[in-house]
Design a protein around this ligand. Structure first.
Ligand SMILES: Cc1ncc(COP(=O)(O)O)c(C=O)c1O
Length: 321
């Protein structure tokens, strides 16, 4: 019999898929790392498994204990899935921008969800408070836990290197916590310092201006889930980034819809944002170049938003009928 011991063993080793139509007229090969195919439906499965298994080995996560985290949803889903398999109580704090699908997904795995009205910093503070109030609770702290970067340095980066047989020339991805971009780029640049790392940042997030000028501008609201932030995060090393590209909600979401219609790739809004960056970078490249970007999560999490025409119209991302 060929089977996995449990669902957690199916995390990672995601396929790399060539994009064919949406890239027409561009010279390089553009490949998508299909993180949406992880069992929790996102790239966050990898780092949750990595951090929680490390905590378990080190005795920080005790049998029957509680795991607490602040998250835009996907990390929570990954932790909740881990908790369901391994028998831990899971408490997740979120802000109200979270899509209904992600909320329902969290609850499907049995997580307790605490909705915080306020900023991302308020959400993180609440998680810390909850963790401190429960004896022996483990606070994952993806924004400050370097295990988040290590997961991608030891797993995602080497997979991309192997899958492209070392031919990758450009890696393009946005940053939420920065775990993906930092971990993957650190590994790839160690393998070949010529590889360029390009970050995509939503309009309204503070990363773009900080990278360009060192200034921290006032954040503005935006709809892309999982990318950007209203503050500068400690695990991000901006010196690894070779270029930063700004993307609007509209451009990201229209490309997300095209990904489904033209490539059959059903993804979330951050995939559209990443693709926007990849297409922009590819404009100046040659046939021998290989651009890899990331599909961070599945479109199933956004059926009521990006794939809902009336929501898209209400937000002004599609013209009125
Ligand atoms: C949908 C989505 N896209 C992209 C990211 C960015 O990943 P990272 O936190 O590794 O920068 C996240 C994570 O928060 C996410 O949930």
């Amino acid at each position: 019999m060929i089977y996995h011991e449990n669902i957690l063993f199916t995390i990672g080793e995601t396929p790399l898929v060539k994009l064919n139509k949406i890239t027409s007229g561009l010279k390089p090969t553009i490949l998508a790392k299909m993180e949406s195919l992880n069992p929790g439906g996102s790239i966050k499965d990898r780092m949750a498994l990595y951090i929680l298994e490390k905590a378990r080995r080190e005795g920080k996560l005790k049998p029957g204990g509680t795991i607490v985290e602040a998250t835009s949803g996907n990390t929570g889903v990954a932790i909740a899935m881990y908790g369901a398999v391994m028998g831990y109580r899971v408490i997740i704090t979120v802000i109200d921008k979270i899509s209904q699908e992600k909320l329902d997904h969290l609850r499907a795995f049995g997580a307790e969800v605490v909705m915080v009205k306020g900023t991302l910093a308020d959400r993180d503070r609440k998680a810390k408070e909850i963790a401190e109030s429960i004896e022996g609770a483990f606070y994952v702290d993806q924004h400050e836990n370097y295990g988040n970067v290590e997961a991608h340095y030891y797993l995602t980066g080497p997979e991309i290197w192997r899958q492209t047989q070392g031919k990758i020339t450009h890696f393009v991805a946005g940053m939420g916590t920065g775990g993906t971009l930092m971990g993957v780029c650190k590994y790839l640049k160690e393998m070949n310092p010529e590889i360029k790392c390009i970050c995509v940042d939503p309009e309204g997030s503070v990363f773009y201006d900080y990278y360009q000028s060192g200034r921290i501008v006032n954040p503005k609201d935006y709809e892309i889930e999982g990318l950007g932030d209203e503050r500068i995060l400690p695990i991000i090393d901006f010196s690894i980034i070779d270029r930063m590209i700004k993307v609007t909600d509209r451009d990201a979401f229209l490309l997300t819809r095209r990904l489904a219609k033209e490539e059959g790739v059903f993804a979330g809004g951050s995939a559209g944002a990443n693709l926007y960056g990849a297409l922009k970078v590819a404009q100046d490249l040659d046939p021998g170049d290989v651009v890899v970007t990331v599909i961070p999560d599945t479109g199933f999490k956004y059926l009521s938003k990006i794939f809902n025409d009336s929501w898209m119209r209400k937000k002004g991302f599609l013209p009125e009928k």
